[in-house]
Ligand binder design. Structure first.
Ligand SMILES: Nc1ncnc2c1ncn2[C@@H]1O[C@H](COP(=O)(O)OP(=O)(O)OP(=O)(O)O)[C@@H](O)[C@H]1O
Length: 672
């Protein structure tokens, strides 16, 4: 199995574990995270855990390998590096608030090697252990370490190995026999290390934030006094606040649009004392504060071994909070180095298209005709001519398309060669020899579109959209993503075309309201139809519909009322691959890729826009370095004969039908 497929298997198992959530088993869980030494990796891992693994009420405990230096960082007060461990985690507070998750950091005064980790976990009644890896041969090591841990962990504790927000290994461990524990002698004995909750709680009332410090060390080793611990951790906390307030605008880890916390800090003390092994730094919103004692005792009581489950909707609504942390720089930097567009004369256009001869007509859009042409230099082009006698709005749309397409340069955006504004309006694009996707899916020979090409189209379109949404100098929403607007190049590389409805997305504003609703029936996002709200998630929804078309070979709207999305929704939820897959594929598809597309489609078609992924996240789900290489090696199949028939095929809606369609779509949207 390739790395990519393996990762997909993990990813899909992981998500399925959440989809299969048993809502009855919703008691809080303890999720432990074995943290690496480096602060930035620690931060990433905690972010991932809070977002992906934790649900409301859960407790995430970060266990950090202990040495004197680390401990020093945490507890040494204002001097030295005391703020190093505190400040990077402060931004996690907002995330914890949003998810209502209790976060706690513990620094062991001794090395947390695997056996000790296992032991600690059993005392915490943890249901999940999250670990990470570094170095080379990640896959092999992740597998080895994951297997080792899952064999030894207590019953009910699953293992996830995560690196760079990707799951390298995942194993549910609900049904493991107690044998392993008995062999290790854990099951029958009282736990050697009793981890008790807060020794000292420092609550910064005005900050609406509480900080708990626990100093624990093994029997016989030196123990910090609670008083000392309190003083030191309050100092550390003050330091973190100072650091944060001085850095809050420039913090590379800032999760927030708003400043996190204010300056003032009036500290009060609550105290309770115990224990042995860890130093703990705990950030939690005070009005949601459950005392650590209470939290831990309740966690111990419930022993919920089925608890590695999460309510899907709540999971989805929180899954995407982290996006700013993990933008796909690789994809962001992809821009074409092609030469700039030219301004063409009307004579050049006439000559190229043989005076717009019917033989050169390759397609008609709502307000335009597209002709094949050959420029002087021998370059094959598509000339898009705005049909005359159209209203002013169409002219504006056409000019918008010129402005936007000039701005967008990416391998998955149809390249503009030039334009002409004499005797009408003309846009000249590179000619796409394989026509549009709709023609391939619903033309005379749909079976010719093999799975490799479908997957390639899905991936390339995601890249193009991600570029428009996140990587352009000014962000763009396309607003008319559909199969007939995805053109296919010589190697079936998809190219997003038709920017007539595209809009600039303001850098600061997340969405805006547009009226009237435009786009293509069958691809419109519910919030857009109902309220005219537009942002990049409008495109994400349409992309989800496009994925469904690739998977099922069905049109978005068949007949009068039959919506592809409504038909597919229950099948997506249950991951019913057999029923979803286009019979034309005749089982000739890669199951892992199919599952990944189904999963992504299901995410993109979430009713609430905030539950849909950003396109960068879609890309992250669909690919990695190996994935890109694999895709590049797909063979290209050339079939000129499809060009004309495809070009004529399109699902546009003339304005006379539009209002009726919209009415029907609104009715359908209500059923979502
Ligand atoms: N660069 C191109 N190369 C090859 N064919 C093209 C090219 N651009 C457009 N076409 C063909 O021309 C058809 C019409 O394109 P156009 O963008 O005008 O309209 P549309 O997207 O189909 O409809 P609408 O504008 O109403 O949404 C497309 O479906 C496509 O098959």
């Amino acid at each position: 199995m390739t790395d990519k497929n393996l990762r997909w298997k993990n990813q899909s198992n992981f998500l399925q574990a959440r989809r299969g959530l048993d809502t009855a088993s919703s008691s809080p869980e303890v999720i432990t995270v074995a943290l690496p030494f480096e602060d930035d990796q620690t931060f990433d891992l905690l972010c991932w855990t809070i977002n992906m693994a934790a649900r409301s009420g859960d407790s995430v405990i970060g266990l950090r390998r202990g040495d004197s230096d680390t401990e020093q960082k945490l507890i040494s007060g204002r001097s030295g590096k005391s703020q190093v461990i505190g400040s990077p985690f402060i931004p996690l507070q907002e995330l914890c608030n949003l998810k209502q998750v209790h976060l706690e950091m513990r620094v062991a005064s001794i090395d947390l090697e695997e056996k000790l980790l296992v032991e600690v976990l059993s005392t915490l009644s943890a249901t999940v252990l999250v670990v990470t890896m570094s170095g080379h041969n990640l896959k092999r090591h992740a597998h080895r370490r994951g297997n080792f841990l899952s064999r030894q962990l207590p019953l009910g504790c699953s293992v996830v190995v995560v690196k760079d927000y990707k799951i390298l290994y995942y194993k549910e461990n609900r049904f493991q026999e107690l044998k392993a524990q008995k062999e290790l002698g854990y099951a029958d004995e009282a736990p050697a290390l009793q981890l008790q909750p807060a020794i000292v709680t420092v609550r910064a009332k005005q900050l609406n934030t509480s900080v708990t410090s626990i100093i624990l060390s093994p029997e016989g080793t030196e123990t910090c006094s609670p008083e000392k611990s309190f003083l030191e951790s309050s100092d550390a906390f003050c330091d973190s606040i100072d650091i944060l307030s001085s850095n809050k605008s420039g913090s590379s880890h800032s999760l927030l649009r708003e400043p996190l916390i204010s300056h003032s800090s009036s500290l009060a003390v609550e105290e309770d004392i115990d224990s042995k092994l860890f130093t703990c730094f705990n950030i939690q919103r005070s009005n949601k504060l459950e005392s650590s004692t209470h939290l831990f005792s309740s966690v111990r009581q419930h022993k919920n071994f089925k608890a590695w489950r999460l309510h899907f909707k709540s999971f989805m609504s929180n899954l995407f909070l982290l996006w700013p942390f993990k933008s796909l720089k690789a994809h962001m930097s992809v821009t074409s180095t092609r030469k700039p567009w030219k301004v063409l004369t009307y004579e050049e256009i006439l000559e190229a298209t043989d005076s717009f001869s019917q033989g050169n007509l390759v397609g008609k859009g709502g307000h335009s005709e597209v002709y094949r042409g050959i420029l002087n230099a021998g370059e094959v082009v598509a000339v898009k001519r705005l049909i005359r006698c159209v209203d002013e709005q169409r002219t504006i749309d056409f000019l918008t398309e010129i402005g936007i397409i000039c701005h967008a340069m990416h391998p998955n955006i149809t390249p503009l060669i030039g334009y002409c504004i004499e005797n009408g309006l003309y846009l000249v694009y590179k000619f796409m020899s394989h026509g549009n996707l709709a023609g391939w899916l619903y033309g005379r020979m749909p079976s010719a579109l093999k799975w490799e090409k479908r997957f390639k189209v899905a991936l390339g379109t995601a890249r193009g959209l991600n570029y428009l949404h996140s990587c352009c100098q000014r962000r763009i929403i396309h607003r008319d993503i559909k199969a007939s607007n995805i053109l296919l190049g010589e190697e079936f590389e998809p190219q997003i075309s038709d920017f007539g409805l595209a809009k600039w997305l303001p850098a600061q504003c997340s969405h805006h309201v547009l009226s009237p609703v435009e786009g293509t029936f069958g691809y419109l996002a519910p919030e857009y139809v109902m309220n005219g709200i537009v942002d990049e998630k409008t495109d994400v929804f349409a992309y989800g519909v496009l994925l469904l078309e690739l998977i099922t070979g069905r049109k978005p709207i068949e007949g009068l009322q039959s919506s592809l999305v409504l038909w597919a929704r229950p099948l997506l939820e249950s991951m019913d691959v057999e029923k979803l897959v286009d019979p034309q594929l005749k089982e000739e598809y890669n199951l892992q890729e199919m599952q990944s597309l189904i999963m992504v489609a299901s995410l993109c078609l979430q009713q609430a826009p905030e539950c849909r992924p950003f396109m960068g996240q879609v890309l992250q789900l669909l690919t990695d370095e190996q994935g890109l290489d694999t895709l590049d090696s797909f063979s290209a199949i050339s079939s000129q004969s499809f060009l004309l028939q495809d070009a004529v095929f399109d699902s546009d809606y003339s304005s006379s039908h539009y209002q009726e369609d919209l009415r029907r779509h609104r009715e359908l949207a209500l059923e979502f």
